[in-house]
Design a binder for this molecule. Structure first.
Ligand code: GDP
Ligand code: CA
Length: 334
């Protein structure tokens, strides 16, 4: 089976690690391959280095090097470089970068500086983390730099700040008026991205942030059309449980684009291509068969908290099962 998934950082990575665990325990699915299309709208240049937070979270999580508590960054990390930078008064100091993590950004920046594309850089980093051996290809959504900025108004008229400044420094507490994906007008999908969607047997949307992770990937020219046109069923997992994000500030992102924090409203953002949707049991009564779901959408309820790899594997298994069921019924491209 060829599975293609769109992904942000922590939510996407934990789901995909569960998917790998599920494949490992399913002999009938042996030989399956996964292509992951990672969000690069979170990317930022710090201290002259190109940092790709979502791609790195995917690499470290799938490669076994993640800080499990935090959900991002490296396990067993030290912060000597950051301490030295602070001693020089170098800015910004609100973005945490550990020493091991710095090495990733240094080598990425070196290769990019030599003219190597972000796709190729990502493939080289992924090789170190053993992703190809596990059947995983990690693609950035685009080789063109795209950066999500947030338009805020703190009483002095609107101004735009980088997404990371809004998310990490301000903890999304400054009301956002809108998000702007700088560079998207010039962006093209990275090599392999559109084919991976068109030629997949199943497309998965992990429980990533619907606005600033999945929403940004969907903005890459051709991606949305490929999802509408693919013959593969598209199955998504709700990032909201009981109307609230499990972690992070997805509710603040949804409110900025005028969308309610409900799992139906999130599914509605994908209505033009979504075939199946997993919701948490807690949302089941109001959700399944509820009037606000598109009648064509197949909704299933199960516990959606990925409290460990086993639970994430169960969720991924349910997504695969729904996808197989939908695949047998045959998808009508929208
Ligand atoms: P980020 O880029 O690191 O913010 O990560 P993503 O965009 O991939 O995922 C963030 C989303 O994952 C948030 O909206 C969370 O609600 C969701 N999420 C995190 N943990 C879980 C979980 O255990 N279950 C579900 N269903 N969603 C989760
Ligand atoms: Ca992210």
């Amino acid at each position: 089976m060829q599975i293609t998934a769109l992904a942000g950082g922590v939510g996407g990575a934990r789901f995909l690690r569960g998917l790998l665990a599920h494949l490992d325990r399913s002999p009938d699915l042996a030989g399956s391959t996964i292509t992951v299309i990672g969000n690069t709208g979170d990317d930022i240049t710090l201290f002259g280095l190109r940092v790709c937070p979502d791609l790195d979270t995917l690499l470290y999580t799938l490669g076994g090097g993640i800080d499990e508590q935090q959900g991002w960054g490296r396990a067993d990390e030290t912060h000597s470089v950051q301490g030295e930078l602070a001693a020089y008064g170098a800015e910004p100091q609100w973005f945490g970068l550990g020493d091991k993590d710095f090495a990733t950004h240094i080598v990425r920046s070196q290769w990019l500086g030599q003219g190597v594309s972000l796709s190729e850089v990502t493939a080289r980093l992924a090789a170190r983390w053993g992703l190809p051996d596990r059947g995983v290809t990690l693609l950035p959504m685009s080789d063109t730099p795209v950066e999500t900025h947030v338009v805020v108004d703190r009483g002095e008229g609107p101004s735009a700040i980088h997404f990371q400044e809004w998310w990490v420094r301000h903890q999304a507490a400054v009301p956002a008026e809108r998000f702007v994906a700088i560079g998207m007008d010039r962006a093209t999908a990275a090599p392999g991205v559109l084919d991976a969607l068109r030629n997949a047997d199943l497309v998965l949307l992990p429980p990533s942030n619907p606005v600033v992770s999945i929403g940004i990937v969907l903005g890459v020219p051709g991606v949305r059309d490929a999802l509408r046109g693919t013959t593969a069923p598209v199955v998504g997992v709700s990032p909201l449980i009981g109307g609230a994000p499990v972690r992070g500030h997805a509710d603040a992102c949804l409110s900025a684009i005028g969308v309610e924090s409900t799992t139906q409203a999130v599914a509605g953002l994908y209505a033009d291509f979504l075939d199946g949707w997993l919701v948490d049991e807690r949302d089941a009564e109001v959700e399944v068969g509820g009037p606000r779901f598109d009648p064509g959408l197949q909704v299933r309820a199960l516990p959606l908290w990925m409290k460990d790899v086993d639970h994430a594997a169960d969720i991924a298994g349910a997504a695969l099962e729904l996808g197989l069921e939908l695949g047998r019924q045959g998808r009508h491209a929208v």
